[in-house]
Structures are given as structure tokens and as C-alpha cells.
Design a binder for this molecule. Structure first.
Ligand code: SF4
Ligand code: SF4
Length: 161
């Protein structure tokens, strides 16, 4: 599935943008239920530990609670944690300051998994009936995340009936 994404994501970009525009018109519970089912199916076939592309390429947003929790876990003062790991991005968001993420291990696991930022827990925003709330993100995320790519591919077949 990851190879398929690598080989086809660029070609599929425009089709996914069009699909999202069509899905926007159907926002609501029914679409979210269909997306949730497709999300479950895709993630049953795809292991994030074989990928980690989000951790390698998208610095996660950090809120104050994330910073306090992770700093405490690492035994660091908040100010020291911010100096070592945090920066403001071009949109003014507070994010992890390097890509790949400094907490990504060589086996693609997360060194602070139980303490990881909320943004990491929620990515790629396709489960827990959150698909339609985040609909503007999916075409872009399909370029970074093989799961989103395959979710959109499958919704193109089943989600528009
Ligand atoms: S969420 Fe997507 S990009 Fe991140 S590891 Fe899983 S499949 Fe890869
Ligand atoms: S904190 Fe963990 S889950 Fe989040 S980007 Fe870094 S390695 Fe990935």
C-alpha cells in the first residue's frame, strides 16, 4: 500500500482535490460513518510503523498542555524544553523544531508515544467521525500519508453512491 501511494500520489492529486470538493457537499453523519468504516479497513491493512512519513515530514503543532506534559516526562524545565525542541512556524503556530521529529526512533516508533502531542494522536483526522470536520485537509494530507491516499481512493468508489 505504501509503494502504491509513493507511485501514484502525485498523479492522483487533482482527482483527490475534485473528490474533496464533491464530498464537501455531502458533509455530515452519513459521510463520517462511511469514512470511519473505510478508515478502519485501510488501517487494518497498513501499519504506521512501516511508514512514519508524518513524523518524518510534518512538524506537529504543540499546545501548552503538550509542552508541559512532554517536558515533565523528560524531566526538563518548560523553558529548556522550548529552547531545545520548539519553534514558531510561518503561520505563527508552535511546532516541533525539526523534521524528522527528534523523538522518532530508527525503527519508526515514537520515543514519547504515551506523552506525544495531541496533533500526533489526531493525525490523519479521518477517524472518530472527524472526517467531515477536517475535510479541507484530506487532499493535501493524501500527498503525505498513504492511509489518507487510500481512504480517498476507496471513498471515490463507495462514498459517492
Ligand atoms: S498516519 Fe499516515 S503518514 Fe503517519 S505513519 Fe500512519 S500511514 Fe504514515
Ligand atoms: S512526537 Fe512522536 S508521534 Fe509525534 S511526530 Fe514526533 S515521533 Fe511522531
Amino acid at each position: 500500500m505504501i509503494e502504491d501511494w509513493k507511485n501514484n500520489r502525485k498523479m492522483a492529486k487533482k482527482a483527490h482535490q475534485k473528490l474533496v470538493q464533491r464530498l464537501k457537499k455531502r458533509k455530515g453523519k452519513k459521510l463520517d460513518e462511511q469514512a470511519e468504516a473505510v478508515h478502519e479497513a485501510v488501517f487494518s491493512e497498513l501499519n504506521c510503523l512501516d511508514c512514519a512519513n508524518c513524523c518524518k515530514s510534518i512538524p506537529p503543532i504543540l499546545n501548552r498542555t503538550d509542552i508541559k506534559r512532554i517536558a515533565k516526562h523528560l524531566g526538563m524545565k518548560i523553558s529548556a524544553f522550548e529552547t531545545v525542541y520548539v519553534r514558531q512556524d510561518e503561520d505563527g503556530d508552535t511546532v516541533m523544531n525539526s523534521s524528522p521529529c527528534p523523538f522518532l526512533e530508527t525503527d519508526n516508533s515514537c520515543n514519547i508515544y504515551d506523552y506525544r502531542p495531541k496533533a500526533c494522536r489526531q493525525y490523519p483526522h479521518t477517524d472518530e467521525l472527524s472526517f467531515s470536520q477536517n475535510i479541507r485537509l484530506h487532499a493535501t494530507n493524501a500527498q503525505y500519508c498513504p492511509a489518507v491516499f487510500h481512504i480517498l481512493e476507496r471513498l471515490a468508489v463507495v462514498g459517492l453512491k
